[in-house]
Ligand binder design. Structure first.
Ligand SMILES: [Zn+2]
Length: 278
């Protein structure tokens, strides 16, 4: 599943290619992905300059000059590419946007959990209403230790589940939550309300560092932007604990344990990430 670093990588690639251009035709080849595609046949989306490509959580926002935007989500298997119009369409390229310069922007999604929703914006640069209620971006200045401590206060939810809650902070998927908690020496089973401000400092630093490293690694896998396959890219080689059930902890050698928290596989070292005994 494409996580924040992969989506950020896609955003950077699209940002270099789409702004300044316009859609002249939009073709859909299936009735629906996660949602119906019929709204894409709105003529108001055509002949309007693309002014920006942004990312919010795991959503991509392609904004047009007339306060309209397309909100994209890659779902489980979504990928995009920009290729000349004459390039043969792949089997799962369900939506093709034709640009005035002869290129096409294509959305490929075998499992069809992704979506593309046109929407109106209240003002240029405004957040689409569809994305209301999301917490701050983990790489923004709003994600501070003080903010996190306040968001965790009084919560009995496991800290790992709280860290993956989009209302608290967006875009921290399972892999990044596991890695950040390990690097912070925090047991993933600890109730969020017991996490101290000092621990929040470590967590904020390690979340940012882990995501930044993943973005850097993701960038190297698609430098030519032929496509994005949604895998962990080269970052998988940098994982400390995720998916390493029974292997020695890279810090102390204790076998790594796996537990299920909130339905997700969770990995930790019982020595480096001591459980809360209170
Ligand atoms: Zn250890």
């Amino acid at each position: 599943m494409p996580e924040l670093p992969e989506v950020e990588t896609v955003k950077r690639a699209l940002e270099a290619r789409l702004p300044g251009h316009e859609f002249v035709r939009i073709e859909t080849f299936v009735p629906a992905l996660r949602y119906r595609l019929e709204p894409l046949h709105d003529a108001a989306l055509l002949h309007d300059t693309i002014i920006s490509v942004r990312r919010r959580a795991r959503y991509l926002i392609i904004e047009l000059a007339g306060c309209r935007a397309l909100v994209l989500h890659l779902g489980m298997t979504g990928t995009v590419r920009i290729v000349p119009a004459e390039t043969p369409r792949l089997k799962h390229e369900h939506v093709v946007f034709y640009l005035e310069n002869g290129d096409t922007f294509r959305f490929d999604d075998p499992r069809r959990f992704g979506f593309i929703q046109p929407c109106r914006l209240e003002a240029p640069g405004a957040e689409p209403a569809l994305l209301a209620g999301l917490g701050p971006e983990p790489l923004s200045t709003a994600f501070t230790p003080e903010y996190l401590a306040k968001a965790f206060a009084g919560r009995r939810t496991r800290v790992k589940t709280a860290l993956m809650d989009n209302a608290i902070v967006v875009g921290i998927g399972n892999i990044y939550a596991n890695e950040s908690l390990f690097l912070s020496g925090i047991n993933p089973l600890t109730p969020a309300g017991r996490i101290t401000l000092e621990q929040c400092r470590l967590l904020v630093d390690n979340v940012r560092d882990t995501l930044q490293r993943a973005i850097t690694a993701g960038g190297t896998t698609i430098s030519d932007f032929k496509g994005v396959d949604g895998s962990e890219g080269k970052f998988v080689q940098q994982l400390h604990i995720y998916g390493k059930d029974g292997e020695p902890c890279p810090h102390c050698g204790t076998p790594i344990r796996r537990v299920v928290i909130g339905g997700r596989g969770s990995f930790y070292c019982s020595k480096c990430q001591k459980a809360d005994r209170e």
